[in-house]
Design a protein around this ligand. Structure first.
Ligand code: C2O
Ligand code: CU
Ligand code: CU
Length: 515
């Protein structure tokens, strides 16, 4: 077996689980699959060839899938980046902007050839971008035109519990539900997706995800790029079958790692190109993957200037060589193409080493010069730190871990009939999130209120995590302390790992906020 190669997933740090979680495939299979060309595969030598059930093994299926593309992996940069349409209010009344959305099957064109059946908000993937204004409510009536129950969760939204898209608050086929979004929170990039009990991963994978942007009139004064120079980009890896159908499988392997695809799609198209003018742009990058991490960087080594994390501006712009996004995190970034010549291109790369490596996100093609009056001021927003002494509960410990082979928090799997604990409205708490798992990180996500990161593994958080956050990666065998204020609404809200196959099976608990 000299010709076998062991494929590691490098989001994991392996020790102890290598034998169980990897697969030996032959070099010939790899070459046929075009995998060798992706580079960087660690050749760990021949060894312990173990027979193991295919359904235990996500890599088997991934390798087979990749092989099925044969020499023709989907070509990169073949199609233009689509910009999802902006959803216009149907009515604008004293209570706010009213919007009608319908959940229905549709089709997309992520790959050349056959169209891909999807489930979409308004039948498209990504769904339409909802544009809201801070302080002015948006009322969204969602009709379910699917053959199965589904719902909508506005990720990062500070909403009453009845509008939060609790996993049990689903909309039956043919029925409708009204979601009220007050938009009383920081302006920024949010996103909405299905949150059906046990099916969130499947539904998001099939297309039920889109951006929700809150515009803050106060932000307009900053002079950041706007209009067509403010571009939403939903990044998601996907796995397709031979007919370009989305292939989503839950088994022991994918439940362990989260579902990983072998193509990277931006706004529903595999590795597109985007024509830009030689000037500044604001990109709203959303990691809408079910599980995959992203590390975004420009192929020419130019810096990316991050201005917002999750839904809020940072206090000051942050010059970075790469931007890390765990599943569900967002980063608003300014990229300045001003120094580039017309006719040149720069690729937005994904440097994250998770296997299979998907190194290209999209390509920016500079096609014209343009006058640029935008700026990036040195001060963006006030982000007052929540003082630790404000917390009435200083050590709420939540341990994300495997227990009896199942994903749990504090040993518990999600049970919608159980309230895991109560928090008092109007109080502040410090949560200590612990990752009991050596092999992978878990992106923690809280509903209802944003939080601030006090520390990660005992050290101050990186600058990109010093704004308001609603999701944060807890490193393997690591811990983070988060501080949050529970304000405005009582009711039951979930929190969970945002690797959606972990969340669905069932690394999620719920808190009740009580008066
Ligand atoms: Cu993005 Cu509970 O969800
Ligand atoms: Cu959420
Ligand atoms: Cu997890």
């Amino acid at each position: 077996m000299v010709n076998s190669i062991q494929i590691p997933v490098r989001d994991f740090c392996y020790r102890g689980v290598r034998a169980r979680r990897s697969r030996l495939i032959t070099r010939r299979q790899l070459l046929e699959g075009g995998l060798a060309a992706t580079g960087g595969l660690a050749v760990l030598g021949a060894g312990h060839l173990r027979a193991e059930a295919e359904d235990q093994n996500p890599w088997a299926r991934l390798a087979d899938k990749t092989a099925s593309y044969g020499a023709v992996r989907p070509p990169s940069f073949a199609r233009a980046l689509p910009i999802p349409p902006v959803k216009r209010p149907t009515r604008t009344g004293p209570q706010g902007d009213e919007i009608d959305l319908v959940l229905c099957p549709g089709s997309g064109q992520p790959l050349p050839g056959a169209a891909t059946p999807i489930l979409g908000f308004d039948g498209i993937w990504p769904g339409p971008t909802i544009l809201a204004t801070r302080g002015r409510p948006t009322l969204v009536t969602v009709k379910n035109g699917l053959g199965e129950s589904a719902n909508v969760h506005n990720h990062g939204h500070h909403a009453p519990a009845t509008s939060d898209g609790h996993p049990l608050h689903t909309i039956k086929p043919g029925e409708s539900r009204l979601y009220t979004y007050p938009n009383n929170q920081t302006g920024g990039t949010y996103w909405y997706h299905d949150h059906t009990f046990g099916l969130t991963g499947a539904h998001l994978f099939r297309g039920l995800g889109a951006l929700y942007i809150i515009r803050d009139p106060a932000e307009d004064a900053l002079g950041l790029p706007t209009g067509e120079h403010d571009v939403p980009i939903l990044i998601q890896d996907r796995l397709f079958d031979a007919n370009n159908g989305l292939e989503y499988t839950v088994d022991a392997g994918t439940t362990f790692t989260g579902v990983l695809g072998n193509t990277l799609c931006a706004n529903g198209v595999h590795t597109p190109f985007f024509q830009v003018a030689a000037r500044r742009y604001r990109f709203r990058f959303v990691n809408g993957a079910n599980s995959r991490n992203l590390r975004l960087a420009l192929g020419n080594g130019d810096p990316i200037v991050q201005i917002a994390s999750d839904g809020s501006l940072l206090s000051a712009p942050l010059i970075q060589t790469s931007v890390e996004l765990a599943a569900s995190e967002r980063a608003d970034c300014i990229i300045d193409f001003g120094r580039l010549k017309t006719g040149s291109s720069v690729v937005l790369r994904n440097l994250d080493p998770t296997w299979p490596e998907l190194p290209d996100v999209l390509r920016f093609d500079v096609v014209r010069r343009e006058n640029d009056e935008s700026r990036v001021p040195e001060r963006l927003a006030d982000v007052p730190r929540i003082p630790e002494h404000e917390a009435v509960k200083k050590h709420r410990r939540l341990r994300f871990q495997l227990a009896d082979g199942k994903w749990t928090i504090n040993g518990l799997r999600y049970d919608p009939a159980r309230i895991d604990f109560r928090v008092k409205l109007g109080t502040t708490e410090i949560w200590e999130i612990e990752n009991g798992e050596q092999t992978q990180m878990h992106p923690f996500h809280q509903h209802m209120v944003p939080f601030q990161v006090l520390d990660i593994n005992g050290a101050p958080p990186p600058p990109a995590h010093r704004g308001w956050k609603d999701s944060v990666a807890i490193p393997p065998a690591g811990r983070a302390r988060l501080i949050m204020r529970f304000y405005d609404y009582t009711g039951t809200y979930v929190f969970h790992c945002h690797k959606l196959e972990h969340e669905d099976h069932a690394m999620m608990l719920q808190q009740e906020v009580v008066a």
